[in-house]
Design a binder for this molecule. Structure first.
Ligand code: HEM
Ligand SMILES: [Cu+2]
Length: 853
């Protein structure tokens, strides 16, 4: 039995090897190779804060323009670009990336592991986000910044009414940034579910971890429809389809549905992380656990679910049916309940604790006050009769800023004041922080409260000026003054930050006497984060010394923890030739396996350069450059999946000696398997979105085509048969891995590859000859959407199966090949589901369904 008392001591050589394995590449070239979560998160935080300042700068320009009536500081077109880019920047380039940056930094530390599960994806997300942001901002250089508002409603934004490239920048560059967000979401999900400290069972995960988990799922369910929608919009703009063109049987309202299925949850995607941050802070500064962990966590989950059922409250003015109106109004009111539970929980915690009014709590509570006011106006606009009056007025601008700034910006500042000492190793100045909070709170209310009134007096949003005789002058002047005071507050905090870097008091490990694991590491934390992994025995591990000192005595350790302790001891300063981390069971947090983590790689950087080139070329329709971009991406993919030396070392070491825990490379124990599952979740969401769009546009294309009923169905039916048949060999192949029957593995994977290819070949042939005319027919566009999805999915699947086949023939015993086979099998399973759905939707429903018009 290994306990703290008789720890096997680790030799100096081993320590050195371990540090070397976790050291970061240095220099400029090294910077492009780094994939460690801490340096990447620091860049992520700085970049997204930079975008916050840019968005704020645009807001300042707007407030200068609107401060006085009939002002000519900005002309109408410039104003359009500026408000669009302000909203777009704040929503897409600041809040979401900033939250993900914080999670990228904190989750491994807080959960007690050494890095995020997919370090190269961390780097890919960052570079892709950076390039996406730069791409969209480059539009200002050409005077072509997006100008259709942050929700880009068609028909205003289709080619006819927005002929310039402005909206193409918006569509395409934003998609790049969204891809980054999805990557980060996948990291967060697998990290919270699988890579925690031993003993951190599911009911001991810090609330911030829960909040990020739910947020990450929401990003996947919310961003996917948006990416699908923007892709449709861009195809329309290129004249290839007519999803949203009414003259061709498309429907502009479909865009609004797709946008708000994303847009409303987006508000909670921004708010839930704040719930996590606030809960941590309220606990620490009230010196007690939050009143009802369970209720707060359940409320987070409930909010996540509910938020997807309310999107149409942004569409009351579009003439949706009274039934729908009633439903969405009720649902929009109901979501106030879980939010209310959280707020009451915090207030009760502060009330019954011994609150220390330090800057993090101060920012948190100021945000809460603002957020609650925004919630009240939210309940007001959830009521259709009121909304119809306030719609598209400054009342709504006031409401949305109360919610977003109170619910997100203040809590993020609270989080910065709380965690920056961990990140930089230096304390921020409390006095400056206090003044910043006061200026931000006062300035905010002065800026936005009068907007309620100017809105009710009839000031519409998105106007670049207003005439003097409307009686709006005073309110607008106050708003502008307030905005500058708010900006002053933000700059004060920025100054505080830079000052702390130079002359801040050293923070020490745990300056706030906080409860969660990240405060047990040094400030700033070492590269490997935990050379000796922690074992967790309750929800507030660092408070054991106050409450349960007996727990720190080794002889008190329960048997299950003792086992975990042994696993952890084995991994102390180990491995040394490669990077290793632990994966645990989802519910109990029991150690299951060791995983190999990549060390450094150019592939993520190169791949995002490829994205940048490809997408920039898409904006201007330059085919050669597109091909170059695609080529770069292909090179990066090969680099990414090329066998790594360190993984070979891991395989050698783990197969040589006796080890308690296996090396998980393939199958349900490995991170790759879980990552593939998240990918399939994204694909399933996309498929659902596209099929919903198909039916929204009327469905039933086959009769539309006027073909003979039998002709188009026969070939797709055979194709589906081939697809189904291909599922059997791949299933057998994966089962053969365990028994090391590699002949079967080879044959299975190869058979599946051939069957899958034949299936796709048949389908493409059918579609090519079907006479579809998507560019002039909205319903044909819908057909192409569904069919195209299945085609792309099948293509990805074929590539994956081909890789698995290459491994199976070249190195059948290699774990990396087994991972390839497992992942291909998973995707195959989903392709079968997709194939059945697509066949039913496109070919069976029109024949046998009720809708026979
Ligand atoms: C820092 C102080 C801020 C000021 C002074 C400010 C000011 C404004 C103003 C005046 C508008 C209305 C423009 C119009 O309708 O003509 C606006 C719109 C908007 N703001 Fe802010 N804002 C600030 C911060 C934020 C933040 C932090 C967020 C998000 C987290 C945000 C998100 C938005 C959005 C989404 C719109 C709608 C844009 C559109 O209509 O397309 N703002 N802001
Ligand atoms: Cu909403």
């Amino acid at each position: 039995m290994a306990t703290t008392a008789d720890r096997p001591s680790v030799s100096a050589a081993q320590k050195e090897g371990f540090e070397r394995a976790w050291s970061q590449p240095t220099g400029f070239i090294g910077m492009l190779q780094t994939i460690d979560n801490i340096p990447i998160a620091q860049r992520y935080l700085a970049t997204s804060f930079g975008f916050f300042l840019l968005g704020g700068l645009l807001a300042a320009l707007m407030r200068i323009q609107l401060g006085t009536p009939d002002n000519t500081f900005l002309d109408a077109e410039t104003y359009n670009q500026i408000f669009t880019m302000h909203g777009t920047t704040m929503m897409f380039l600041f809040v979401i990336p900033f939250i993900e940056a914080l999670a990228t930094y904190l989750l491994p530390l807080m959960l007690g592991t050494r890095d995020l599960p997919f370090p190269r994806l961390t780097a890919l997300s960052y570079w892709t986000y950076l390039f996406g942001g730069l791409l969209i901002y480059s539009s200002f250089l050409f005077g072509l910044a997006p100008d259709g508002g942050w929700f880009a409603y068609v028909p205003l934004t289709n080619k006819q009414w927005s002929p310039g490239l402005n909206l193409d920048f918006w569509d395409i560059a934003l998609s790049v940034a969204e891809i980054a967000a999805m990557g980060a979401a996948a990291e967060i999900i697998v990290s919270v579910l699988r890579t925690r400290a031993p003993g951190m069972s599911i009911n001991r995960i810090p609330v911030f971890g829960w909040a990020m988990l739910v947020t990450a799922f929401m990003i996947i369910f919310g961003f996917t429809p948006l990416i699908v929608g923007t892709a449709m919009l861009e195809l329309d703009r290129k004249g290839l389809t007519s999803f949203f063109v009414p003259e061709h049987g498309g429907d502009p309202l479909l865009w609004q549905h797709l946008f708000w299925v994303f847009g409303h949850p987006e508000v909670y995607i921004m708010f839930l992380p704040a719930v996590g941050i606030l809960t941590q802070i309220v606990q620490v500064f009230s010196r007690r656990p939050v009143v009802s962990y369970t209720l707060v966590v359940l409320a987070i989950i409930a909010t996540g679910f509910l938020s997807f059922g309310l999107w149409a409250h942004h569409m009351y003015a579009t003439g949706i049916s009274p039934m729908a109106l009633g439903y969405f109004a009720a649902a929009s009111t109901v979501i106030a309940i879980p939010t209310g539970i959280q707020v009451v929980g915090w207030v009760a915690t502060i009330w019954s604790g011994r609150p220390l009014w330090r800057t993090p709590l101060l920012f948190g509570v100021s945000g809460l006050v603002i957020f609650v006011l925004g919630g009240i106006t939210g309940v007001m606009v959830a009521s259709p009769p009121f909304d119809l009056q306030a719609h598209d007025s400054y009342f709504v601008v006031a409401h949305l800023h109360y919610v977003l700034i109170g619910g997100t910006v203040f809590p993020l500042f609270a989080g910065l004041y709380y965690w920056l000492p961990k990140i930089t190793g230096r304390m921020l100045d409390e006095q400056l922080g206090l003044w910043s909070a006061v200026a931000m709170f006062g300035g905010f209310n002065l800026a936005f409260f009068p907007m309620h009134l100017s809105g009710l007096l009839g000031m519409p949003r998105r106007v670049y000026t207003y005439p003097a005789e409307m009686g709006l002058d005073t309110y607008n002047l106050l708003s502008s003054i307030g905005a500058f005071i708010l900006a002053g507050g933000v700059l004060l905090s920025l100054f505080n930050f830079f000052r702390s870097l130079r002359s801040g008091r050293p923070a020490g490990d745990n300056p706030w006497d906080a409860d969660t694991l990240e405060w047990s590491a040094s400030s700033p934390p070492p590269n490997a984060q935990y050379p000796r992994l922690p074992v967790v025995r309750d929800r507030h591990p660092l408070w054991d010394k106050h409450w349960r000192p007996e727990r720190l005595r080794p002889e008190e350790t329960p048997a299950r923890d003792r086992e975990a302790q042994e696993d952890v001891e084995q991994m102390a300063h180990w491995p040394t030739r490669w990077r290793g981390a632990l994966v645990v069971s989802v519910t109990e947090g029991r150690p299951l396996a060791v995983v190999h983590m990549p060390r450094r790689s150019f592939a993520p950087f190169i791949m995002s350069v490829g994205f940048l080139v490809l997408f920039a070329a898409l904006i201007v329709d330059h085919t050669t450059v597109m091909a170059v971009g695609a080529g770069i991406i292909a090179v990066a993919l090969v680099m990414w999946f090329w066998p790594q030396d360190t993984e070979t070392a891991a395989m050698e070491e783990m197969s040589a000696g006796p080890h308690e825990l296996p090396l998980a490379q393939a199958g349900p124990g490995s991170n790759g398997f879980w990552g593939t599952c998240v990918f399939l979740l994204i694909m399933a969401t996309a498929l659902t979105t596209i099929v919903a769009g198909y039916f929204y546009l009327g469905g039933n294309v086959v009769t539309h085509l006027g073909g003979s009923p039998a002709e188009p169905i026969a070939r797709p039916a055979v194709a589906l048969g081939l697809l189904l048949a291909g599922g059997i060999p791949v299933w057998l192949a994966v089962r053969a891995i365990g028994g090391r029957r590699f002949g079967l593995l080879r044959l299975g994977v190869t058979a599946t590859l051939l069957l899958g290819a034949a299936h796709l070949w048949l389908l493409i042939g059918t579609w090519a000859r079907s006479g579809l005319a998507p560019s002039t027919d909205g319903q044909h566009s819908a057909f192409v959407g569904v069919a195209g999805f299945h085609g792309v999915l099948s293509l990805i699947l074929l590539v994956m199966t081909a890789v698995a086949a290459i491994w199976a023939w070249a190195r059948p015993a290699d774990g990396r090949g087994h991972a390839a086979a497992w992942n291909a099998a998973l995707v195959y399973g989903f392709a079968v589901v997709s194939g059945v759905i697509v066949f039913t939707v496109l070919y069976l429903v029109p024949r046998f369904g009720a809708s026979g018009t």
